[in-house]
Each structure stands twice: as structure tokens, then as C-alpha cells.
Design a protein around this ligand. Structure first.
Ligand code: 3HC
Length: 291
């Protein structure tokens, strides 16, 4: 099944990136946000993402505008109803995700495939509220979506082979590298990445080394593009705290338990790059350690 039209729920950091890569692959893309303000912000994020490529001469001005011509922004969920595939990238709130898919399930054509970009919730928990559990899977992208090659394609206990294969091929269609994952909390990447990032916070708590040296250690010692504390600020401390809590709840293993320092930073509103401060302070020209 060739995917010709994609509906995307949410035009935040992930949704806008997913919309951009779908449109770049020549697919008609409709992206939904809850209100005009959020939609405008999301569309300008896409504009900025494509502008980055234009500036580097990876696309021409004409290509940029034809890519943008394939993206329609809307605040009306029903505009997505004739999509071949819906990818939900709304906030990590199970009640909101269930309610979105309930509405879409009633309105979309029967063959529309539903996918969630959840990073830690169980896919079947969202799928089970619809009448198409066989046509429901996870498609988990990575930030920044236009740059990161991977997509985790998640098969639940009820996902049909046909749906899984269509989703897997779709990931290839948009130029990504898919891997097959079971519907366990964290799939493959977060299962390994989250305890690693939490251990870096524990290293800070225990005074093992400075923030800068912990990051430098993993960058220069293991070739990571970003050290774990920079990566935490990049992903968002609130997001990581939220994911860790879900994973701890699922596995009851202490390696997923959010360290007290992470909780304190979130309570203080120090959420990382997006709030201007996390493990580093981003208000100057260069990030400087904030702890
Ligand atoms: N959006 C789009 N493109 C971006 C970007 C952004 N936010 N940031 C950087 N880029 C592009 C640049 O334009 C550049 O493109 P080019 O190679 O075509 O010229 C390329 O990425 C490299 O960028 P820079 O040279 O400016 O900077 P870096 O070399 O430091 O790379 C980075 C930036 C790609 C973000 C790199 O540091 C990196 O890979 N970091 C790790 C990111 C990561 O681990 N992401 C996964 C997070 S976990 C997740 O998303 C799961 C979720 O569930 C929590």
C-alpha cells in the first residue's frame, strides 16, 4: 500500500518534523493543532526547518515552496479523515491520545492506518479504545526528526502483518531507517537511553565529575554527538521525567526511577534548552553549566 496522504496530530517539535519529512518525500500532509496560535508556531517551525535546508543549498527556493504546498495546517480534526495514515504526535497524555483516536476512528475510512509517536506509553492501551486494533501500530521518531535516521515501528499484540509491513515501508518511503520493536515501554532506544541519562544525573548528584566533564567523557570516550546532560537539556527535563515515571511504573526497576535532582529541576521550571536553563544556562552566546 503506497501512502499518498498523511494526517499528523500535533505540530510541536515532533509533529512539525514529521510533517516536514513527509512533505519532503512528496506526500500530501495535513497537520492538526488544537488552536490557531499553536498551529502558527508549528508551521513557522516547519518553515524554519526547510529554511535551514535552503540556506545549505540542499533544496532550492522553488522546492521549498512546493514542499510547503503539500502541507495543510488545520484545527479541524475531521480534515484528516481521508488520510491513508494518521500519525499522532500529541502530548504524552493517554486520555488525550485515546480521545483523539476515538474521534478519528468514527470518522476515518476503514483502511486508514493509525500510528502513535508515543515514546513510553503502551501502544495497545491507546489502540484498544478503537475498533481497528489490527490497523494500529507505533511509529516512534527521534528529535530532530529531519536529521535522525531512525524510526521504531512498533507491533502490538493485535497489529496485523499487513499494517506492520505498510508502516515499515512507509518509514522507508520517507527516507528513514525502520527497526521492528515490540510494544514494551521505551521500545528499544528509550529502554537503553533513559537509564543511561538517569545515571548521568546520578553521577552529578554523587559529585563524580563536573557536568562539563561528564558530557566530555561520553563525547570523547564513546563518540556520542552530545554528552548525556546536554542531551537531557535537548530532549527536555520534563519530558524525560515523564518518560522515566512511566517506565518505572511499568518495570518497577530502580534504574528507571527519576533521580531527586531531575524532579527538583522540573519543579523549579528548569526544563532544559526550551526554558533557557537546565543542566546548562542557555541565555548567553554559549551554554554554561548551571549547577
Ligand atoms: N532541526 C533540523 N536540523 C538540525 C537541527 C534541528 N533542530 N539541529 C541540527 N540540524 C542539522 C544541521 O542543519 C546539520 O545538517 P547538515 O549535516 O545537513 O549540515 C546537522 O543537523 C548537524 O548539525 P550541526 O552541525 O549544527 O550540529 P551537530 O553536529 O552538533 O548536530 C545534532 C546536531 C544532529 C542534534 C547532534 O548533536 C545529535 O545527533 N545529537 C543527538 C540527538 C539525539 O540523540 N536525539 C535523540 C533524542 S531521544 C528522542 O528523540 C526520543 C524521545 O522519545 C525522547
Amino acid at each position: 500500500m503506497e501512502i499518498k496522504k498523511v494526517g499528523i496530530i500535533g505540530c510541536g517539535l515532533m509533529g512539525s518534523g514529521i510533517a516536514q519529512v513527509c512533505a519532503q518525500a512528496g506526500i500530501q500532509t495535513v497537520v492538526h493543532e488544537i488552536d490557531k496560535d499553536a498551529l502558527e508556531k508549528g508551521m513557522s517551525r516547519i518553515d524554519k526547518g526547510l529554511g535551514r535546508l535552503e540556506k545549505k543549498e540542499k533544496i532550492t527556493t522553488e522546492e521549498k515552496s512546493s514542499i510547503q504546498g503539500r502541507i495543510t495546517g488545520t484545527t479541524d480534526l475531521l480534515k484528516l479523515k481521508d488520510s491513508d495514515l494518521i500519525i499522532e504526535a500529541a502530548i504524552e497524555d493517554i486520555a488525550i491520545k485515546r480521545s483523539i483516536f476515538k474521534t478519528l476512528d468514527e470518522e476515518c475510512k476503514p483502511e486508514t492506518i493509525f500510528a502513535t509517536n508515543t515514546s513510553s506509553l503502551s501502544v495497545i492501551d491507546i489502540a484498544a479504545r478503537t475498533s481497528r486494533t489490527d490497523r494500529f501500530c507505533g511509529l516512534h521518531f527521534f528529535n530532530p526528526v529531519p536529521v535522525m535516521a531512525l524510526v521504531e515501528v512498533v507491533r502490538t499484540l493485535t497489529t496485523s502483518d499487513e499494517t506492520f509491513n505498510n508502516a515499515f515501508n512507509f518509514a522507508k518511503q520517507i527516507g528513514k531507517e525502520p527497526i521492528a520493536c515490540k510494544d514494551n515501554s521505551g521500545f528499544v532506544v528509550n529502554l537503553l537511553l533513559v537509564p543511561f541519562m538517569l545515571d548521568a544525573i546520578r553521577a552529578v548528584e554523587n559529585g563524580i565529575a563536573s557536568i562539563v566533564d561528564i558530557d566530555k567523557g561520553m563525547q570523547l570516550g564513546c563518540g556520542h554527538p552530545m554528552g548525556p546532560l546536554t542531551l537531557l537539556d535537548f530532549v527536555g527535563l520534563d519530558t524525560t521525567y515523564y518518560i522515566a515515571n512511566i517506565m518505572f511504573d511499568e518495570y518497577r526497576e530502580t534504574r528507571y526511577a527519576p533521580p531527586p535532582l531531575l524532579k527538583r529541576l522540573v519543579l523549579a521550571g528548569h526544563l532544559g534548552k526550551k526554558s533557557g536553563r537546565g543542566f546548562y544556562d542557555y541565555t548567553g552566546d554559549e551554554p554554561v553549566p548551571a549547577l
